[in-house]
Structures are given as structure tokens and as C-alpha cells.
Design a protein around this ligand. Structure first.
Ligand code: T1G
Length: 700
């Protein structure tokens, strides 16, 4: 071993440098030191005529060790760039043998080798843009020289990898290796030596030619798809330098650009999200080795929009699922919607016809519970009414084997009360999907008072298996996401009463980075959904609290949003563009007059504070109550379920960038004007007083 993380061996005059830093061979300091020591040893050993770099375990190398970013480095630290420069100077053939992931700095290491072999299903990419960065160790210079500027930019600006077959087709790898990769690499080295091939330094390959306006055009197109992100444009600039300036200048420029971006808020936010998603999987009192149940078969009750989307999640993961509804026409409608969703994905070229058919074949329609059989999990997605849910659960409890997990997709109701309708509350859990369920990545996993740990562990694992981000939350009204949303929507309504127009509030929220503002979002979801819930609560609504009636008045006029062609906005036939409607403005102005409110111009800053600070304040309460395990979980929920701008890292990360004191002082200011709904959460007050961060909050 040249270091605890890199093994060194020789075979017939070829040195083997094996990266061994599980789970993903990230380029930690120990790995970097091991590579440099191994290279120097191989170059100094006259018996060694070539060197193969290979990864042990799951893959080749997932790039720089992200967990080391921002941490102090030892004075003699080995930087990846040093390794790349040493590879460039190497006088003996260097061959990279790739299986599994070769990402970021891992691919850059391979690009600095003279030749590359890969397994057909290897995954090669420069995903740095996903953590707000860019390739910083030669990737922006070397990848275009191998595969061309446009394919290279596509990989860098999307962050999406290509597999071994594509890489071979594009010239990124020189040979595909079926079977024993190490043997193939040693054989390849043998041929290189036998044929005395000239060393093929990627950096010395000719810079690919591009049209004079190529980069301008590329940047213009990128603007449309990467709102708010800087990193993709930095990659374009570095690739441009790589084909227009000298290798030395371009390399220095890339390094400087990378180092600057490493400290940028965008990178900090996206690196925070990277680890936040992985942390969300860890439940303090449910150890990682808690036994989980195999989910070999599922069932979904209710073939409506949510039920159909949930059934697709199982089929997409290869899990057979029975889709149950009470009437044939409801089933037929549900299946038509599912088939339509798949057909659109096929049209967009993101799924083959045969894959579509295979997934549809995994969905078995059924009327009534008779055909349920023995599913390992049943997810209920029926009407959002407690008596109906309890009746369904009582029936499922009666007909399903005792081992079956019973899950509810409720978005607002008390999971414990639903569990109470069964004799197996320990097997009952909430699985709150987000619409459209087959698209949205977020899954709020709701832990009931009695939910057993193996049921929690099984459901969290299932979330990963159906490619969702599972976040564990407690039972409270609206769980985490919707509970926080209430304050945001409340204030948006009040801002409109006080002087703003829906399009002004939406513009401010969109400028902050959300895909759309609260009013356009309400029109998309349908105003009648909220209206039904508000009407259901009218009798118990506290009279002393302010309540905005504008949304109700719109609904009384039949304005339910996009589905009726009019809501807060009006919509042209077949066009989803929200258009301000003078009738709505007139209704708003009349309502303000009725309420005796003198309308005033409202600044963007106030709109943002009034909409975002209630989110943060409510999240502080949620954390105190233990309804969320950690602040980063709240971020994962808002990033994956509510469109919070990724480059801001989520509401709690954003709050920590502003500082609790700033938010607390503003909340107090609004409390003085708007009263009780703005009462600061004790945690917010404490962090403001102590100068603490939500990121460091841990519940006693
Ligand atoms: N650094 C540190 N830890 C990493 C890591 C990395 N690069 N990649 C993964 N991990 C940890 C992760 O936190 C988790 O830990 C465990 O490994 C398993 O990961 C100059 C500077 C490789 C596709 O952006 O995309 O190189 O939770 O759960 O689903 O240009 O991890 O178990 O404690 O995600 O199978 C560029 C990031 C770095 C790749 C595997 N590289 N990683 O996915 O497992 S920047 C990346 C991934 C760079 C140079 C620049 C994925 C994966 P824990 P996992 P997975």
C-alpha cells in the first residue's frame, strides 16, 4: 500500500495503482497522496514499464472528496492538480481501467492518463455543476479534446454521465472491457508496450475547431434552461478558453475559476443539499442495520391522479402493483391517464415503447379488494376525508395479511387517527407523495405514534428504491411542507389586500428563484382544492385572526384556475400563460375598500420577507416539536417538493446565510403590525440571541 487508501502492485512489468477508499473512492487526501507516491514509485522502478490506475469496490472514483471542501488543508497537501500535472509529465504509459462511476476529479484523473478502458456499463461524467462547481483539474480542457466541444459541454452543463458504450463511441475511452477489467487493462498495457506506442497526452491533442459564434449561441441557449445558476456558464467560459488560449493559460484560468466558485453561495448551497439528502436517510433511533421487509409486490387504493402516479412509481422501479378502485370506469380512467403519461415520455424519447409496455404490464387493475392478494405494502390514495380513510383502513386491515404495511398518502389528516381504525397501528405509516407523484422526487414519510422501526426502515428504503428522497416527519397538521406553506400563502393573500397585485407577488417570488409564485401555483393546483378545505374548517376558524376572502370570492365565481380558464389570472385556450385579469384587480381593490384598507405600493423586499420568513419561523417550531429531525431535512423537503431555488440551498440554509437575528428582528417588526401569526418561534429567538445557526440545532 502506498497509503491506507491506495494499493500498489506490479504484474509482468506493469504497476497497478488501485484506489481503495470505500464507498466511492473519493479523492481524499489519503488517496491523493497514495496516487502521487504510487506514480513516483512506478516511474522510478526500472522494472516497471507501464502503470494502470483502477478502482476497487463499487467503482473507479467519484471525484474530489466533497466533505473536505472548505476544511483547512495540511501544508503538504496533495492537490488533484498536482497529480494531473505529474501524469502529464510521466514518461511511462498510463492506462485508466474504469468500472462503475468515474465522476468529476475521478474522470479528470482518467483523462490525464494516455489511454482509457471501461466496462460497458461504467458511468463517466463531470457532475460538478450539480454541486455548484465546475471541473477544476483539467476536465474543461481535456474532455473537449477527446469528444468534441458540444458533447463535452452537454456533459458539463447537465452534469449527466454517459455510459461505457457511449464513451467508446465518442472516443472518450479507447476500448470496452467485458468481464475481468484488470486483466483487460494489463493486456492492453502489454499491447501498448509491444507496439511501443507513442504516449497520447490528452492535453496535447489538437483543440477542436468551433464556429466563431458557437459559445455565444451556446450561452444564449443555456440561459433558458439554467435560471439562477452560475456554474454552467463558468464551464462554458473555461471550455472556450481551452480551445482559444494556450494550454497553460487555460489550465490556470480553469483553476482560478474553480477556486473562486468553491467559495460562492451557489456552491455552498448545492454542496449543503448534496449532504442534506444523504443525511435525511439517517434516523437517530432507527439504526442503519434495522431489518427491512422486502417489497416484492405493492397495491394502491384509488386510481385518481395521485393513485395513478404512485402506481407508476412502483412500475418504474420494476415492482408489480395492483391498482384498486371501487368502480370500473374509475379504473379505466386511471389506466388511461397512466398510459398517457408514459406515451408522452416515449414521445420525448426518454423511454422506449417496449419499456413503456413492460411497465404497464406491471400494473394490474382491480375493482374492489378481492384481487388484492398479499401485497407487502398498500398505499391508500382516496378522497381526503377522515371517515373515508378510516373505512378503507379498517377494510385493508381485515383483508391483508398481518405482515402487510398499510400506508396513507394523506397530505393533511392525522395518521394516528387513521391507524386507530386498524388492529395493527405499528404497521401503519404515512407516505405523502407530491403531485405529479411519478415526477416529484419528495416523499414525506410520516411516523405515527405506534409505527414500528422496521416499518420506518422499510419505507425509507422503499423511497430510495422508487427513486424518491424520503424524509421522516412527525404527525401534525400539514406535516412539514404544507404546514410551512400555510404562512407563505396567508401573507401572499394579505399582501394583495394591502396593495400588491398577484402578478407583483409572483414576480418577486420568481425573481427570488422559485419556478412560480403562490398565485400562479394556486391556479395550477386548482383553487377549488383549497376552497373545499377552507369551507370544511370555517366553523372552527378562530374569529380573532385575520382571514382573506378574495380566494373564496374567486371560487364563488367559478374561477378555479387553469382548469376553468380563470382564477387569479385568466388563461387563453390551450395556453398555460397566466395573464393579469382586470376583473380580478377590480375585485381586489373593492375588497380592500370594504376592509377599509388604504392600498399602498409594496416593495419586493417586503414581499419576500412576508412570504419567506413565516416559512422559516414555522420551521423553527417544527424543529422544536421534533416534527422534523434536523434543519437540513426541512431544506430537502422544500427543495424537492416546493421548488425552493436549489442555488439557495433551502429555507433553513438560506436563513443561516442571512442570520437568525436578521430574520428575528423582521419577524418582530411584522408582529408589531400584524400580531399573533407573526409571533417568533422560541428557537428563532434563541438562535437570534445566541448568534446560533439552524444547521447546528439538535433537539434535546
Ligand atoms: N465526496 C465525498 N463523499 C462522497 C462523494 C464525494 N465525491 N460521493 C459520494 N460520497 C459519499 C456520500 O455522501 C455517501 O455517504 C456515500 O458516499 C455513498 O454515496 C476538481 C473538485 C457517486 C453517483 O459530484 O453523485 O471532483 O451518506 O449515497 O446513490 O473537478 O454519490 O453513506 O455517509 O450518493 O450510489 C464531483 C458525487 C466532486 C459525485 C453514488 N463528484 N457523488 O451514488 O451513493 S467535485 C460528484 C455522487 C470534483 C474536480 C472537482 C453519488 C454517486 P454516506 P451515495 P449512490
Amino acid at each position: 500500500m502506498t497509503s491506507p487508501a491506495v494499493a500498489y502492485a506490479t504484474r509482468d512489468g506493469v504497476a497497478l495503482l488501485a484506489l481503495a477508499n470505500p464507498p466511492v473512492n473519493a479523492l481524499s487526501q489519503a488517496v491523493c497522496r497514495g496516487i502521487i507516491d504510487g506514480l513516483e514509485r512506478a516511474l522510478a522502478d526500472p522494472a516497471v514499464r507501464a502503470l494502470v490506475v483502477i478502482g476497487r469496490g463499487r467503482g473507479f472514483c467519484a471525484g474530489a472528496d466533497i466533505s473536505e471542501f472548505g476544511k483547512p488543508r495540511p501544508p503538504d497537501a496533495v492537490h488533484l492538480r498536482h497529480i494531473i500535472a505529474a501524469f502529464d509529465r510521466a514518461s511511462k504509459p498510463l492506462i485508466a481501467a474504469i468500472h462503475g462511476n468515474a465522476l468529476g476529479g475521478g474522470l479528470e484523473l482518467a483523462l490525464a492518463c494516455h489511454w482509457r478502458l471501461a466496462a460497458p456499463d461504467a458511468r463517466m461524467g463531470l457532475p460538478e455543476v450539480k454541486i455548484g462547481l465546475l471541473a477544476g483539474a483539467g476536465g474543461t480542457l481535456r474532455l473537449p479534446r477527446l469528444i468534441g466541444v458540444e458533447p463535452a459541454l452537454r456533459m458539463m452543463t447537465s452534469g449527466e454521465p454517459i455510459d461505457g458504450r457511449q464513451a467508446a463511441k465518442q472516443g472518450l475511452v479507447d476500448e470496452l472491457a467485458e468481464g475481468d477489467l484488470e486483466a483487460a487493462a494489463l493486456a492492453f498495457a502489454g499491447r501498448v508496450l509491444a507496439e511501443d506506442r507513442a504516449l497520447r497526452r490528452t492535453r496535447d491533442l489538437p483543440a477542436p475547431a468551433v464556429a466563431p459564434d458557437f459559445f455565444e449561441t451556446y450561452r444564449a441557449a443555456l440561459k433558458k434552461s439554467t435560471r439562477g445558476f452560475m456554474a454552467p456558464f463558468l464551464s462554458v467560459a473555461c471550455v472556450e478558453a481551452g480551445v482559444t488560449r494556450s494550454v497553460e493559460e487555460a489550465t490556470a484560468n480553469e483553476g482560478a475559476t474553480f477556486d473562486r466558485q468553491l467559495g460562492a453561495p451557489e456552491a455552498k448551497a448545492l454542496i449543503h443539499s448534496f449532504f442534506a439528502e444523504r443525511k435525511a436517510a439517517a434516523i437517530p433511533d432507527v439504526p442503519a442495520d434495522t431489518p427491512t421487509h422486502k417489497i416484492g409486490r405493492a397495491a394502491v387504493i384509488g386510481a385518481g391522479t395521485m393513485g395513478g402516479g404512485i402506481a407508476m412509481c412502483f412500475a418504474n422501479a420494476g415492482i408489480p402493483v395492483t391498482l384498486v378502485d371501487s368502480a370500473q370506469d374509475a379504473i379505466d380512467r386511471g389506466l388511461r391517464t397512466i398510459a398517457g403519461n408514459y406515451a408522452r415520455t416515449v414521445e420525448r424519447g426518454r423511454l422506449s415503447r417496449s419499456e413503456m409496455d413492460a411497465r404497464l404490464a406491471l400494473i394490474t387493475p382491480a375493482v374492489g379488494y378481492g384481487a388484492l392478494g398479499s401485497p407487502d405494502i398498500v398505499i391508500e390514495a382516496v378522497f381526503e376525508e377522515m371517515p373515508i380513510k378510516q373505512q378503507v383502513f379498517a377494510e385493508l386491515d381485515r383483508v391483508c395479511p398481518p405482515s402487510t404495511i398499510l400506508a396513507t398518502n394523506t397530505s393533511t389528516l392525522d395518521v394516528d387517527a387513521i391507524a386507530g381504525a386498524t388492529r395493527r397501528p405499528a404497521q401503519v405509516i404515512g407516505t405523502h407523495f407530491f403531485s405529479p407523484a411519478n415526477v416529484m422526487r419528495l416523499l414525506e414519510v410520516v411516523r405515527g405514534k405506534a409505527t414500528a422501526k422496521d416499518v420506518i426502515a422499510t419505507t425509507m428504503k422503499l423511497a430510495r428504491d422508487i427513486r424518491k428522497v424520503g424524509v421522516l416527519v412527525g404527525v401534525c397538521e400539514g406535516f412539514v411542507g404544507n404546514r410551512m406553506l400555510r404562512g407563505y400563502l396567508r401573507e401572499a393573500d394579505f399582501l394583495v389586500e394591502e396593495g400588491a397585485l398577484p402578478q407583483e407577488v409572483d414576480a418577486a417570488i420568481a425573481a427570488f428563484g422559485f419556478p412560480m409564485g403562490p398565485f400562479a401555483m394556486a391556479d395550477l393546483a386548482g383553487l377549488d382544492v383549497g376552497w373545499r378545505i377552507r369551507k370544511g374548517k370555517a366553523a372552527t376558524r378562530p374569529n380573532h385572526l385575520r382571514y382573506s376572502t378574495i380566494a373564496d370570492r374567486l371560487c364563488e365565481q367559478g374561477r378555479f384556475g387553469q382548469k376553468t380558464g380563470a382564477g387569479w389570472y385568466r388563461y387563453e385556450k390551450g395556453d398555460r400563460t397566466p395573464r393579469p385579469d382586470p376583473d380580478v384587480e377590480a375585485l381586489i381593490v373593492a375588497t380592500s375598500a370594504e376592509l377599509g384598507i388604504e392600498r399602498r405600493p409594496i416593495a419586493e423586499a417586503e414581499i419576500l420577507e412576508r412570504c419567506l420568513y413565516p416559512l422559516i419561523n414555522e420551521a423553527a417550531r417544527i424543529l422544536e416539536e421534533g416534527m422534523a429531525l434536523r434543519a437540513s431535512d426541512v431544506d430537502v423537503i422544500w427543495l424537492n417538493g416546493y421548488g425552493f431555488p436549489a442555488w439557495r440551498g433551502g429555507p433553513m440554509h438560506y436563513a443561516d446565510t442571512l442570520g437568525a437575528k436578521v430574520i428575528y428582528d423582521a419577524v418582530r417588526r411584522y408582529e408589531a403590525v400584524h400580531g399573533e401569526p407573526w409571533r417568533p418561534a422560541p428557537l428563532l429567538e434563541r438562535l437570534a440571541t445566541e448568534g446560533g445557526r439552524f444547521a447546528d440545532f439538535a433537539r434535546e
